[in-house]
Design a protein around this ligand. Structure first.
Ligand SMILES: [Zn+2]
Length: 213
């Protein structure tokens, strides 16, 4: 209805002349003429900017890990805090450390088990500043993710792939605890991560290969 009224107002002063032919002008191009590129751009007129472009979608990772990262940075992983809100079955305490309440932020960045993984990964990636970038007490998963992504390194793109890989492996280890009651030492998780990293590089993760030298 609003659009109809607007159109009414726009047309109110227009006079039609029976002897004048119609002409079509495209308001989306500077010269008013149709072009294939302008038609393509029309599809994105109502699209919203995605703040996760660089850290999720433009980072090399398998599609399932992209999806995992996209959920994680929006705090949409099914950790105990979210399960509790819906009244669904959950372990309220983090199964990796068995001391703190479980949240996605805790699992991925704050848990003492996860910090051991981050420390080992910093050494693997020859990226000692990763731990100081991680910091602590950040309010959201996204804050941690952005902070570690800004660590100074020879290959920022490779680092973003590595962050997806590290968080993915930590989350998988958490799921092994919760769903299969199986646990692994941090050294075993790191071994799996290195092997997975090799597969990613074989599959095309060139920036990760650069980072690992
Ligand atoms: Zn924990």
């Amino acid at each position: 209805m609003e659009q109809y009224v607007r159109l009414w107002e726009l047309l109110a002063d227009i006079q039609l002349h029976p002897d004048t032919g119609d002409s079509i002008t495209l308001s989306l191009t500077p010269n008013g003429c149709y072009s294939a590129s302008s038609a393509y751009k029309v599809q994105f007129l109502a699209s919203l900017p995605c703040q996760f472009g660089h850290i999720v979608w433009k980072t090399w990772a398998p599609p399932k890990c992209h999806f995992f990262a996209w959920l994680a940075v929006q705090n949409r992983l099914w950790a105990a805090d979210r399960l509790a809100k819906r009244g669904w079955p959950h372990h309220p305490t983090c199964q990796l450390c068995r001391t703190s309440p479980e949240t996605a932020r805790h699992i991925l960045f704050e848990c003492r088990f996860s910090k051991r993984i981050w420390t080992a990964a910093a050494s693997w990636l020859s990226c000692p500043d990763l731990i100081s970038s991680l910091g602590e007490g950040r309010p959201k998963v996204l804050d941690y993710w952005l902070a570690v992504s800004k660590t100074t390194t020879s290959s920022p793109k490779g680092l973003r792939s590595a962050i997806t890989l590290i968080t993915w492996e930590i989350c998988k280890e958490r799921n092994e605890w919760v769903f299969n009651n199986k646990s692994s030492l941090p050294s075993v998780v790191m071994h799996r991560m290195r092997e997975e990293g090799k597969d990613w590089i074989l599959a095309g993760a060139r920036n990760l290969a650069e980072l690992l030298g």
